[in-house]
Design a protein around this ligand. Sequence first.
Ligand SMILES: C[S@@+](CC[C@H](N)C(=O)[O-])C[C@H]1O[C@@H](n2cnc3c(N)ncnc32)[C@H](O)[C@@H]1O
Length: 233
Amino acid sequence: MKIDPAKILRFAKHRVRTAANEMRKTPLHGAIKIVRPYTMGESNALNNLHRLGRHIAQSGLPGDHVECGTFHGGSAAAAAIGFGPGTRTMWLYDSFEGLPEPKAIDGPDAAQWTGGCVGAIEKLNDILTKINVPENRICIRKGWFQDTFVEPLPEKIALLHIDADWYDSVALALDTFYDRVVEGGVIVLDDFGYWEGCREAFYDFCIKKKIKPLIERCGVAQAWWIKGKDNNR
Ligand SMILES: C[S@@+](CC[C@H](N)C(=O)[O-])C[C@H]1O[C@@H](n2cnc3c(N)ncnc32)[C@H](O)[C@@H]1O
């Protein structure tokens, strides 16, 4: 039998689109149930990522999905389920060796977390397979941010999720990726209300870039904003 490669490609694309549409319909609690074993995130923060993913999908914004600090991949998957898995390239950055040493600016409680939160790349791959993200949509960058935030980098970003706790990590993520976020794209800081260093990095970045983001909050820790949005009228 002669196989028509164009037909196979059309069929594969159809399968990805169908899986993506089904996943996007997954209700919030369903998404949380799937990702829960792969994340240390709080349910309200995961729900919000899922919701923001949906919002971006519905507004048809261009751009990829970037997460700095993936651990086992649960929060990345929560947002991807909102997008519809496979509809956007996922750039996933983590040392998979745990947290680096903090600095004084990260506060007195931070030091005890050095080397904590060790993510497993196998678990990350496992959850991405479970939610049907095709391999050609996944870019996992293993290593310290200063070594992995190098070309090739995503050209356009629709969702930038920074969940990396310390001042230096958050500052480097904002410096590297913020200009690539499209107007209307979303930036999420997971540790804004939890770790002093994350908040300091955000304010220092705002001063440097002369921006005044309209910050929204979710729960005690997460903060997020829409690039270019000036008000909630
Ligand atoms: C709180 S965990 C992320 C939690 C995750 N998003 C989830 O769904 O549970 C923080 C992660 O950031 C990573 N990380 C922090 N700073 C980093 C750096 N400079 N380079 C590489 N990885 C870093 C750590 O390895 C750790 O896995």
